[in-house]
Design a protein around this ligand. Structure first.
Ligand SMILES: NCc1[nH]cc(CCC(=O)O)c1CC(=O)O
Length: 312
């Protein structure tokens, strides 16, 4: 560590590129502070305005497909920034050979949360619940088929604002995101994974830098939590093996107990009436095999057909 720090100091201040949203700057600052505490490195946040941030309406539609991610990657490759922090669940499962995930820090709360006047079970029939995610809508419909699910876009503040304006009764968002923007006090219910399976990688971050930037890869490695990395690897391998995108109604969550991963994944029909849900367990070191095998078992039980239905 000392050696790395010493060599790296020749480059001076490390530039951490971040989108300008509150959630992005908060999680980037968390990572910067942790890196400084662990290694003594000096980190400067560099705000990056992405295409998505400029064209708001279209952006939110593209948000899940990696536009933010590619904008930051382009800045990395151009050498304008040295590293970047992404929400892991927003990363496409196809690797980009130009970059490496140098660290996956310890995960925050992976669960989904409801912001509203009370728990889901207590909402009046017909209540309007906002969420833009097919995974959440499908699982919410299974719990409360009698509510109205309204597709919403925009950042978390905008979404929560629709409750105060009377447009919606409640919204469902990631607990980790709500906490990062300081809105955790407004959470009325946190869903356990058996009721609502989180998105693969939810609550975790990815710290990325240029492939071949070996000194920095080693320095950033101080932030890595191998257990979180194994868990999200298993989850994302399910997603990749199902050939599902980030907008598919697919949930996956791996809980680690010692050196064992307990992996559960589900594909849910959009109307919430049917699902293929399977669990498996195995060693942390076999995370990728676990994910691949579970996806194969799900496909054998019709997961592909369920996902295909959303096209019609
Ligand atoms: N797609 C947007 C996004 N990307 C990451 C988070 C939340 C934080 C996280 O999962 O790490 C969110 C918002 C949400 O789903 O409520």
């Amino acid at each position: 560590m000392t050696v790395t720090q010493h060599t790296y100091a020749r480059r001076g201040v490390l530039r951490l590129g971040t989108r300008r949203s509150l959630m992005a700057t908060t999680q980037s600052q968390m990572v910067a502070d942790r890196l400084t505490a662990l290694t003594g490195a000096t980190v400067e946040l560099v705000g990056v305005t992405t295409f998505g941030d400029v064209t708001k309406a279209q952006l939110s539609q593209l948000g899940g497909t990696g536009v933010f991610v590619s904008a930051l990657r382009d800045k990395l490759i151009d050498g304008e920034i040295d590293f970047a922090v992404h929400s892991l669940k927003d990363l496409p499962t196809t690797p980009d050979p130009r970059v490496v995930i140098a660290a996956v820090p310890p995960r925050d709360d992976p669960r989904d949360a409801l912001v509203g006047p009370g728990e889901l079970a207590g909402l009046a029939a017909g209540a309007r619940v906002g969420t833009g995610s097919p995974r959440r809508v499908a699982q919410l419909r299974a719990l409360r088929p009698d509510l109205e699910y309204v597709p919403i876009r925009g950042n978390a503040d905008t979404r929560i604002g629709k409750i105060a304006s009377g447009e919606l009764h409640a919204v469902v968002l990631a607990s980790a995101g709500l906490t990062r923007i300081g809105r955790e006090a407004e959470i009325a219910e946190v869903f356990e994974p058996d009721a609502m399976l989180p998105a693969p990688g939810q609550g975790a971050l990815a710290v990325e830098c240029r492939a071949g930037d070996d000194e920095l890869i080693e320095l950033l490695g101080a932030l890595d939590d191998p257990r979180t990395r194994a868990a999200v690897t298993a989850e994302r391998t399910v997603l990749a093996a199902l050939e599902a995108g980030c907008s598919a109604p697919v949930g996956a969550f791996a809980a680690d107990a010692g050196h064992i991963l307990n992996l559960t994944a589900a594909v849910v029909a959009l109307d919430g009436t049917r699902s293929v849900r399977k669990s498996t367990a195995g060693d942390l070191s076999a995370a990728m095999d676990l994910g691949r095998d579970l996806a194969a078992a799900m496909i054998a039980e019709g997961a592909g057909t369920l996902m295909g239905e959303r096209i019609h």
